[in-house]
Every structure is written in structure tokens, then in C-alpha cells.
Design a binder for this molecule. Structure first.
Ligand SMILES: CC(C)(COP(=O)(O)OP(=O)(O)OC[C@H]1O[C@@H](n2cnc3c(N)ncnc32)[C@H](O)[C@@H]1OP(=O)(O)O)[C@@H](O)C(=O)NCCC(=O)NCCS
Length: 326
């Protein structure tokens, strides 16, 4: 398989760039481009996960856009649409020597392709060694949202008791709660939040919940309304990540008047206990690094940093009845 372009990209005589949906051989080539820059030890595993992702995704919910010069495929990007009218895109995979304007064209291509669909928000997230995509993604109209830190509690750090750790809170599984009450509490926890505050108000709560449901394998009994003396005070949303043998804390929140009592720690301890109770190898979560209260809670419980990723957002919601901002 050739990894070098046969022409100087952007050079004199270089064929113009076209961005089109990949099919057949283009998909195979695109997947290879998306994985080729990964460390050798990770490459095969990632390629396998991407193929599996394609196999499992309902028709029309995932695809690859390819950038081509003449007959040659020089770049690719993966997009996936999730419930809750959001889409997530990968970092582009580019042939060596291909300029970053090709990345910009791929970002823009995704936006144009999703503009006439139900999708409202497109997220891109990059690891720290993909920082060179910052400029092209912003030139394509995305804005910086947050830096996320992924934290992990390995099984050795999880409470090993048959009963949940003692605290003043009650965790009521979602199936035992009125749907409207649950939505109301989730919304109340967004007030004065430091958790990706730029996202606040951009989505309807039902869309946010649909997104939470689509993270991992949804188990209704792992969504909890939190009560203190019969009063609802917050929520905890966990999901199974069987591919990684982990439980993930997707979201937790307390209503403002119940913050500052040390309950955040009680909520995370309960989540850690649940991971052990369900015989998982650990508890995973991502936190906005600017969210100091949450960061302090997680670090005080010894959660270990895995990696940081920068998240960018394109808002496709039409403004003032016009078209999407571009
Ligand atoms: C995250 C959250 C559950 C923590 O609740 P909590 O346990 O009541 O948190 P506290 O108010 O006790 O704050 C925790 C720590 O951060 C500190 N802190 C609180 N607000 C702070 C601020 N604005 N700046 C700096 N530090 C702050 C507190 O002093 C405390 O430190 P300490 O443990 O060393 O004493 C709560 O803030 C919340 O619901 N936020 C909105 C939703 C959210 O961000 N969820 C996290 C999603 S990942």
C-alpha cells in the first residue's frame, strides 16, 4: 500500500482537492489512514474497533468522508451520528506531506454533509499530540469547548463491601422515579455548573438524556435520582462499557443549594462501589479541567489521570430562522 502522494500536495500541477463520501475500497483506505499515525502497539486494536463500530452502527449513522486529488485518496475523516441530535467526528487521517488545509476541507465537508440532517451539534476531540488540528478545525467554524481529563479508578481502589458505603444520601434507580421528576432534577443540577458551561442551553434536556443513554450500554437501573431526607438533591448517571470491562460515570450533579456539603464525594464513592459490585475492572469518567469542584472531588478519591483531550464544537442550530452559522 502506498503511503506517499505521487505529487507535491498544493504544488504546481497538483490536482484540486475533492471531498466525497467514501464507499467500498475508499472505506478500507480511509480506515487505514485514520489509524496509520497511531503507535504500532495500538494500531491493530484501533482498526479492529473502528471496523466493529462500522458493523454495529445502524445504517446511515456513520461514514467516512475522503479527500482525494485525482484518483488518489489523501485524507479521511470518520463521522458518527448519535441519539440526541449530536455527531462526533474523528481526527482526520492524512497522507504524509498532505497540508493541513486538507484537514480543514474534511472538517468543512462533515459540516456541509450534516447541515441538512437532524444533527444540531458536532463534536470533535483531539489528543494532546493532535494539537496541529486546532487551527484547521477553528478555520472550519468549530469553537473550542473544553479540555477534558479522563480519570480512572482501578479495581484495587474500589470499595470492596457487600453494602454501599454509608452516607446520608439515597440513590433511587430511574425506573422507580417519574420521568418528569428525573428530567427536572437533571436540569436543576445544570444551574451555575462549571461542567462545559458553554454547552448550557444549547440542547434540550431530552436530547442530552438521549446522548447519555447512547454512551456505552444503557442500563436503566444505573441512572439514579439522589435524595436526602426524601428531598431530591441531584442525580448520578452511570453506564456499562463492556468492551473495556469498565463502568463509566457519564454525569453527576447536585442542585446548587446542596453543594459544599461533601456530598460529591459520597456520590463518586457510590459509583466506585457500584463498579466493584458489578464486577467491573474499574470506574472511568471525563471531567472538564476548569471544573474545579468536580476535579477536587475526583482527585481527593485518588482517581488516576489517563489522558487529556481538547473538545471543539460546531453548532448547526439555525440562528434567527436563518441557516446554520458557518
Ligand atoms: C461537582 C459537584 C457534584 C461537587 O459537589 P460538592 O461535593 O458539593 O462540591 P463542593 O462544593 O464541596 O466542592 C468540592 C471542592 O471544590 C472546592 N470548590 C468549590 N467551588 C469552587 C470554585 N468555584 N473554585 C475553586 N474551588 C471550588 C471546594 O472548596 C471543595 O474543596 P475541598 O474538598 O478541598 O474542601 C457539584 O459542584 C455539582 O453538582 N456541579 C455541577 C455539575 C457538575 O459539574 N458535575 C460534574 C460533572 S463531571
Amino acid at each position: 500500500m502506498s503511503s506517499q502522494p505521487h505529487h507535491p500536495p498544493n504544488g504546481f500541477g497538483s490536482p484540486p482537492l475533492a471531498v466525497v463520501p467514501a464507499t467500498g475500497e475508499g472505506i478500507r483506505r480511509g480506515l487505514w489512514l485514520l489509524c496509520k499515525d497511531l503507535p504500532e502497539a495500538d494500531r491493530d486494536g484501533h482498526l479492529r474497533r473502528l471496523r466493529e463500530h462500522f458493523r454495529r452502527s445502524p445504517p446511515g449513522t456513520t461514514g467516512i468522508l475522503q479527500a482525494q486529488r485525482g484518483q488518489e485518496i489523501v485524507g479521511a475523516i470518520l463521522w458518527t451520528v448519535y441519539p440526541g441530535r449530536t455527531a462526533v467526528i474523528s481526527a482526520p487521517g492524512l497522507l504524509e506531506n498532505e497540508p493541513l488545509t486538507t484537514a480543514r476541507a474534511l472538517f468543512r465537508g462533515v459540516v456541509d454533509n450534516l447541515a441538512n440532517t437532524q444533527t444540531r451539534l458536532i463534536f470533535a476531540n483531539f489528543s494532546q499530540d493532535q494539537g496541529h488540528f486546532r487551527e484547521p478545525v477553528e478555520e472550519a467554524g468549530f469553537c473550542y469547548l473544553a479540555r477534558l481529563l479522563y480519570l480512572f479508578s482501578p479495581v484495587a481502589d474500589l470499595p470492596n463491601s457487600s453494602e454501599p458505603p454509608k452516607c446520608d444520601l439515597q440513590f433511587i434507580p430511574w425506573p422507580q422515579v417519574e420521568h418528569g421528576d428525573f428530567v427536572q432534577i437533571v436540569e436543576a443540577t445544570y444551574v451555575d455548573t462549571l461542567d462545559c458551561p458553554k454547552l448550557n442551553g444549547l440542547r434540550e434536556t431530552e436530547d442530552v438524556l438521549a446522548g447519555y443513554r447512547a454512551a456505552g450500554v444503557h442500563v436503566p437501573d444505573l441512572w439514579f435520582l439522589i435524595r436526602f431526607e426524601q428531598e431530591p438533591v441531584g442525580c448520578l448517571i452511570l453506564t456499562e462499557q463492556p468492551d473495556f470491562d469498565q463502568l463509566e460515570l457519564v454525569y453527576m450533579g447536585l442542585i446548587p443549594k446542596y453543594r459544599g456539603r461533601g456530598w460529591g464525594k459520597d456520590v463518586v464513592r457510590f459509583a466506585q462501589w457500584m463498579a466493584r459490585h458489578r464486577k467491573r475492572a474499574g470506574l472511568l469518567l471525563a471531567v472538564d479541567t476548569q471544573n474545579t469542584p468536580a476535579m477536587r472531588v475526583y482527585r481527593s478519591l485518588g482517581m488516576q489521570p489517563l489522558e487529556e483531550r481538547d473538545v471543539y464544537l460546531f453548532n448547526l442550530t439555525p440562528r434567527d430562522g436563518g441557516t446554520y452559522p458557518g
